[in-house]
Ligand binder design. Structure first.
Ligand SMILES: Nc1nc2c(ncn2[C@@H]2O[C@H](COP(=O)(O)OP(=O)(O)OP(=O)(O)O)[C@@H](O)[C@H]2O)c(=O)[nH]1
Ligand SMILES: [Mg+2]
Length: 217
């Protein structure tokens, strides 16, 4: 099989995300997940890192996923799909770490996140979002550990790149990449994005298009 060129993948990714993405399911618990169909790609990260905003930017929709200034907006596993297509689903997740919510609730989201990441056969990849201003924190390493143990492939995406200077972004990419060396299931390359400016969206869409092609061939 010949490798598709980067340009081809960018175009395939653009088309994939120009489709009519819709909300299909919200699950507050591991017992109420939708039946598996096709591949799932999940977006995980600390509360307020920009998971829901990234899904909106990828799909070119302002309000597909609900966003907020206040950490703790997304409180369930939220599934998106294109009507009539069952090849790919996107999963928005509650955040972990600090949130403006009772401690018991944050603990139950965290348990839900870890359970979902460990035990979902259709989960093909997880994008772990990290705020470009802050880098990896202890709570992030707990998630990476769960993904390593369950052998779910994941890639780090630095978010809010518009908020840091180019030089700071370069050192954050380097230090994040270095920290990943010990993590078996991690992609070594770190992506950078801004949902505000659109930077990095074409590359992230292309990465997902590549995954879909690899898994369906
Ligand atoms: N400057 C900037 N702000 C962003 C970007 N992405 C998200 N934000 C802002 O960050 C805040 C949180 O965004 P959300 O998308 O709701 O974050 P989340 O990770 O889904 O948060 P929870 O659901 O609470 O875990 C909002 O005020 C967004 O406008 C970005 O690329 N640049
Ligand atoms: Mg959210």
């Amino acid at each position: 099989m010949t490798e598709k060129s980067d340009d081809n993948l960018i175009e395939t990714g653009r088309k994939l995300f120009a489709r009519d993405w819709q909300f299909i399911w919200a699950s507050p618990s591991i017992e109420t997940l939708p039946p598996m169909a096709g591949l799932e790609i999940a977006f995980a990260g600390r509360s307020n890192v920009g998971k829901s905003s990234l899904i909106n930017a990828l799909t070119g929709r302002n309000a597909l996923a609900r966003t907020s200034h206040t950490p703790g907006r997304t409180q369930e596993l939220i599934f998106f799909e294109v009507p009539g297509k069952t090849d790919l689903r996107l999963v928005d997740m509650p955040g972990y770490g600090y949130a403006k919510a009772p401690k018991s609730q944050v603990a139950s989201w965290t348990e839900l996140i870890h359970k979902f990441l460990q035990g979902r056969a259709s989960l093909a990849r997880v994008y772990v979002l990290i705020d470009a201003r802050h880098g990896l924190k202890d709570v992030d390493f707990e998630i990476l550990g769960t993904l390593d143990r369950s052998a779910v492939s994941y890639q780090i995406v630095l978010t809010k790149a518009d908020q840091v200077k180019a030089s700071e972004l370069q050192s954050r990419i380097a230090e994040t990449g270095a920290a990943l060396a010990k993590h078996a299931a991690a992609f070594p390359d770190v992506l950078t994005t801004s949902s505000r400016s659109g930077a990095g969206m074409a590359e992230l869409r292309a990465a997902m298009a590549r995954l879909l092609e690899e898994r369906s061939s």
